[in-house]
Design a binder for this molecule. Structure first.
Ligand code: OOG
Ligand code: NI
Length: 465
């Protein structure tokens, strides 16, 4: 009997992303509204700006735009994280970057599982911001042990999901039939459970230390807490949110609005208060929990480590100059301070490229290929770009930003306050839990740029000969 062919991991990831989106839309209707708002504004923005449309098309981003989303989950134990890495690997998603959220007083550290190569990103860039609870930051020994014991008694993956991950690892992939079953089983892990696994009293003791601890520890699994569509114009969508009955957080996280968008800008609406059931002696008693929210993101240029260092300095400067309080007071001053502070960061792609602040994807232009055919031979990239023989488009930032992520966490915990606590990260411990090192995001962008340069020069060379 011939063996059934294996489906590419990109196909499994796209199916999973679609299934998650469908599930979340039924669970949280505001997410559907946000998706509509974003799609509507993206269509308008593309129609109004043919250059933007052409650039997205060249970068292979146009087709993926409406599929584009990220999600977030919070895990409780090293074992959960290690197996999650194996589950995501079946879908071609690998841990990129380390985010220390303890610096903002949030007891987690995180990575983003995402596709890493150009082709996979172009097919479907679905990513999941994945946090691991840091029980080591709970000072009360008894409470820490209790939380650990509750977590140790749950299993967040279905038995069949575990088998399918093992099967995929053993044979290097899944057949179409197995992939379909895998997606259905995997989605179960991220489903919302309105029944807490603990009593109100236990929930409250954990929540009193940090509400995030209760969110992770007291439920059967790591419910997806938001899914985020990608907008081309975050300002407008933010402004339109209240018209559709959605109240956004006070400030947009990340860099200010600019002609050439940098890195990542994000805004969210606050977590919903949802009815849940606690365990009690008589069976159940009603209560409520806030965990799930909505977010939108606008992606801009990936920065080199020099560019990123400058971004970090400017952001700190803007935050020091104007702080936003828990009620969102000070948001306007903060926005002004952000725009003013970032004025010194070049706002055109050519300066960013020449000053090595961002990563670029190079490609030969028609004129360049013509010139090469007619005998021109030039290998100096700047000269080629200047002559219009090579195009240079910014590489889109595919990752997250720790200060922004902290703001998103804070906001859905019910406060707009910007906080700068002083705990420290523990990347080594995170990687030990994960069972591998996280991938360096800068190396990925650097390699993507280098590959495009190599391919460009090769194309020009072969046109020449
Ligand atoms: C994750 C918050 C961070 C982002 O986009 O930066 C995040 C969480 O609340 O679990 O989603
Ligand atoms: Ni997010």
């Amino acid at each position: 009997m011939p063996l059934a062919p294996l489906v590419p991991s990109d196909v499994i990831r796209a199916a999973f992303s679609g299934a998650m989106s469908e599930m979340y839309r039924t669970e949280v209707p505001q997410y559907g509204t946000l998706m509509e708002l974003v799609a509507e504004r993206n269509d308008e923005a593309l129609a109004a700006d043919p250059d933007l449309k052409a650039r997205l098309e060249r970068a292979g981003e146009l087709d993926r735009l409406s599929d584009e989303r990220h999600g977030a989950i919070r895990l409780g134990t090293a074992e959960e994280l290690a197996f999650m890495a194996r589950l995501f690997a079946v879908m071609g998603m690998h841990p990129v970057g380390y985010y220390d959220l303890s610096v903002a007083g949030i007891p987690v550290h995180s990575t983003a599982f995402r596709p890493v190569d150009d082709a996979a990103l172009a097919k479907n860039p679905f990513r999941v911001f994945t946090s691991l609870l840091r029980l080591d930051l709970i000072e009360n020994d008894a409470l820490r042990d209790e939380a650990a014991a509750i977590l140790a008694s749950r299993s967040i993956f279905t038995p069949r999901a575990v088998e399918l991950v093992e099967l995929a690892e053993a044979k290097g992939g899944l057949t179409a039939l197995e992939a379909k079953e895998f997606v259905a089983e995997a989605v179960e892990t991220f489903r919302w459970h309105s029944e807490a696994t603990v009593s109100r009293e236990t929930y409250q003791r954990l929540a009193d230390v940090h509400r995030l601890i209760a969110d992770v520890v007291c439920f059967k699994g790591p419910h997806i807490n938001h899914l985020t569509p990608r907008t081309l114009d975050i300002e407008t969508v933010q402004r339109r949110m209240p018209e559709r009955g959605i109240a956004p957080k006070a400030v947009i996280e990340g860099p200010p609005q600019r002609d050439c968008p940098l890195l990542l800008r994000q805004t969210s609406f606050k977590a919903l208060e949802e009815p849940i059931l606690f365990r009690s002696e008589t069976g159940h008693e009603p209560g409520s929990h806030t965990a799930r929210f909505g977010e939108i993101e606008q992606r801009g240029a990936a920065l080199t480590s020099e560019g990123r260092a400058r971004y970090d300095i400017l952001l700190t400067k803007a935050r020091t100059a104007a702080n936003v309080d828990a009620k969102g007071e000070g948001a306007k001053d903060y926005e002004t301070s952000l725009v003013e502070t970032f004025a010194e960061f070049p706002d055109n792609h050519e300066s960013m490229r020449r000053e090595r602040l961002g990563y670029f994807r190079y490609a030969p232009t028609e004129a360049g290929l013509d010139a090469a055919r007619r005998g021109s031979f030039e290998t100096d990239l700047d000269a080629l770009v200047e002559a219009g023989h090579v195009s240079a488009d910014p590489i889109v930032y595919e990752d997250f930003l720790p200060v922004s992520a902290a703001g998103i966490f804070q906001s859905n915990l019910g406060t707009d306050a910007q906080s700068n606590a002083d705990a420290s990260g523990n990347k080594a411990e995170f990687e030990a839990a994960l069972g591998r090192a996280v991938i360096d995001e800068f190396a990925l962008y650097r390699e993507a740029e280098a590959r495009s340069i190599e391919a460009t020069l090769k194309a020009l060379r072969s046109a020449h000969t």
